[in-house]
Write a protein that binds this ligand. Structure first.
Ligand code: F6R
Length: 245
């Protein structure tokens, strides 16, 4: 796992966008895995700017990590509104929809680069604490802490669904490159737990310690509880330029 501590969201957005741009130039039909929420917004802003300057995504495809169950088509907080492949949160047969989503990812050739955020409880996708490391796309219940964290996107806490469909931890681990973005002091404990704590289901993001190519992009606040922060800074500053992310 590579830990990169940067000055702020703008630099994080640029660095993640560099990795995505290099991928798209090398493989125009690349498959991107996209997270929703606040963390990846600087990355999307930067990609939108590069698109306006000519970066071509027309052959690329994208898969969302997760979706709320029960939000009707057209609801602004439905993740399908972001125009990528997503699990069907309105499916009558949820297990069949989950299996179809797994098959769609496989049919597309698998995810080349998966962008992730992390929850304050250590979730990735909506794999809440206790999720199996072997899990695939399935329905999950949200922990109250996550519902409260996400209430800012809805008119009230009561409107935040209790159920979601999420790619599983094994689905996420199958991506060839994982880039996790975390910013702000509210993420510091989760970051410390998954980067430097034991690999354990109580902290789902800790499974990324087993990923052969995981990059973690942090601002200073999100990195503030890391024991080895100075070592990560030193390592990144002295990294051979040819290595890239
Ligand atoms: C969103 C997702 C979640 C978020 C996480 C952090 O698709 O899968 O894991 O990445 O809840 O959310 P933000 O970035 O809003 O703090």
């Amino acid at each position: 796992m590579e830990i990169v501590i940067l000055g702020g969201s703008r630099q994080i957005g640029k660095l993640a966008a560099d990795a995505i741009e290099q991928l798209i130039r090398r493989k125009p039909d690349a498959v991107l895995g996209l997270a929703t929420g606040s963390s990846p917004l600087p990355v999307y802003d930067e990609l939108a700017a590069r698109h306006e300057q000519g970066l071509d995504f027309s052959r690329a495809s994208a898969f969302a990590l997760d979706e709320y169950v029960g939000l009707p088509a057209g609801h602004p907080e439905s993740y399908r509104e972001v125009n990528v492949h997503g699990p069907d949160g309105m499916a009558a047969d949820v297990p069949a929809a989950c299996e179809a989503y797994e098959q769609a990812i496989i049919a597309a050739g698998g995810v080349d680069l998966q962008l992730l955020g992390v929850g304050t409880d250590g979730h990735i996708g909506f794999n809440e604490p206790g999720s199996s490391f072997a899990s695939r796309t399935r329905i999950k219940s949200l922990i109250e802490q996550t519902r409260r964290d996400n209430a800012r996107f809805f008119d009230s806490l009561a409107e935040v669904p209790h159920h979601v469909i999420t790619q599983g931890l094994a689905t996420i681990m199958a991506a060839r490159h994982v880039v996790l973005v975390a910013t702000g002091a509210q993420k510091a404990q989760a970051v410390r737990d998954f980067v430097e704590g034991p690999v354990a289901a109580i902290c789902p993001a800790s499974v990324l310690q087993f990923h052969p190519h995981a990059t973690v992009l942090l601002d200073e606040a999100a990195a503030s509880a890391l024991k080895l922060a100075d070592f990560y800074r030193h390592t990144y500053e002295n990294k051979p330029a040819w290595q890239g992310l």
